[in-house]
Design a protein. Structure first.
Length: 161
């Protein structure tokens, strides 16, 4: 006998749950199947998925999801990064500390504009700065930027200058 199955996700007790509808699973006389081996069962009607002819729902894992509020913060930070000059600055700052003038020159923009880009990224918590005499050096303080930049570089390429 060939077993057919389909996957999906439901909410069970306020938690997202990944499920697998296995068309060959038996159910007990009350329409319940064992879920996860701990003696916990799910009823024959499980968030719109029903048992038909002795077939049931088998949980195969749990979806891992980030809270929407945290995703909102992430979206805001990604919007901050979503500019070619800022990405170039992050790319440089992941390799060392630079002044506003150095970054402005690499991006071919005025120093005032580079300062504004740096201020936005500092406010988002991506960058830190330190003074050495009259010069201010910027550096990356959010190490997750390395992962984001690695994704960008692997997708769009990188060249040595």
């Amino acid at each position: 006998m060939v077993s057919r199955s389909r996957q999906g996700a439901v909410i069970f007790r306020s938690k997202p749950v990944l499920f697998l509808i296995d068309m060959s699973l038996p159910v007990d006389r009350f329409g319940w199947i064992e879920w996860g081996g701990g003696g916990v069962g799910v009823p024959g009607l499980f968030m719109g998925v029903w048992l038909v002819g002795g077939r049931g729902v088998q949980v195969s894992g749990v979806l891992r999801l980030t809270e929407l509020e945290a995703l909102g913060e992430a979206a805001e930070c990604l919007r901050t990064l979503a500019h070619p000059h800022r990405l170039r600055m992050v790319q440089m700052l992941l390799q060392g500390q630079y002044t506003v003038g150095d970054l402005a020159l690499a991006c071919d923009i005025p120093s005032a504009m580079a300062s504004e880009h740096l201020r936005l990224m500092q406010r988002c918590g991506f960058l830190g700065s330190s003074k050495d005499g009259r010069k201010v050096y910027y550096r990356v303080v959010e190490q997750h930027l390395q992962s984001i930049m690695s994704c960008i570089e692997s997708r769009f390429g990188v060249s040595e200058v």
